[in-house]
Design a protein around this ligand. Structure first.
Ligand SMILES: C[S@@+](CC[C@H](N)C(=O)[O-])C[C@H]1O[C@@H](n2cnc3c(N)ncnc32)[C@H](O)[C@@H]1O
Length: 215
């Protein structure tokens, strides 16, 4: 049973989670990021886009995009251990990736990206001020014309992950959180089958930030 002590900060919690488990022990592990790639395709994203995978952990999206010859990739995570595991897996193929340790709410990225991706991170932010900080970071990071893909637990999904409470998001609530400057390209639900065979319902949205003429 995983627990979150009052004394353990979030980075320590997640580092320990990655240190003590193998990919097959983690509920969020995917065989391949099929649903994410489908959303990126629906948005018309191409290898010359730049992408930040927030809370990317040791997930395989970066592998899939390197395979598709994307060149400008950043994986951000609180847990340096997760990033080290991904780097070790990729070897020299990961040398061009920007690996950033930090909190999505507060990290100073000092640049923009054309695509923002989040799978199973936003749902850990349950306080309104944390969610506001998250979307403020997203707005600073993705300029008009850019895109975002978010995949989080849906209304019938889990209420906890790794012993932490999560917020369940309906696709329409995700879309509303983006606001009127974004247009929805895809909104769907996806069943993720965990390595132990449980089914988790995710809400997935893909949006593009509107370019307003004379703005
Ligand atoms: C459930 S895992 C998902 C990992 C990855 N996105 C995937 O689908 O394989 C959640 C990840 O979010 C990271 N994380 C949690 N809170 C974060 C925060 N505030 N800022 C950045 N990363 C965070 C954790 O370290 C962990 O790697």
């Amino acid at each position: 049973m995983w627990w979150h002590s009052e004394r353990m900060d979030d980075a320590d919690f997640w580092n320990e989670r990655y240190e003590r488990t193998a990919p097959a022990d983690r509920s969020w592990t995917e065989v391949w990021p099929v649903a994410t790639l489908a959303s990126l395709d629906a948005l018309g994203c191409m290898p010359d886009d730049s992408l930040i995978d927030v809370g990317g952990g040791s997930g395989l999206l970066v592998d899939a995009l390197i395979e598709r010859e994307w060149r400008d990739l950043c994986v951000l995570d609180l847990a340096g251990t997760a990033l080290s595991q991904a780097r070790a897996r990729l070897g020299v193929r990961g040398d061009e990736v920007s690996w950033r340790t930090g909190d999505v709410r507060t990290v100073d990225l000092a640049r923009t990206f054309t695509v923002w991706h989040d799978r199973a991170v936003l749902h850990f932010l349950t306080a309104p001020q944390d969610i506001a900080q998250y979307f403020a970071q997203l707005d600073r990071t993705v300029a008009p014309g850019g895109a975002a893909v978010i995949e989080v637990f849906g209304p019938t999904g889990p209420t906890q992950c790794s012993g932490l409470d999560v917020r369940q998001w309906a696709t329409e609530d995700l879309i509303a959180a983006f606001g009127p400057a974004w247009e929805t390209v895809r909104a769907t639900t996806v069943d993720h089958v965990t390595p132990s065979g449980a089914v988790q319902a995710f809400s997935t949205v893909a949006l593009r930030r509107i370019i307003r003429e004379n703005a």
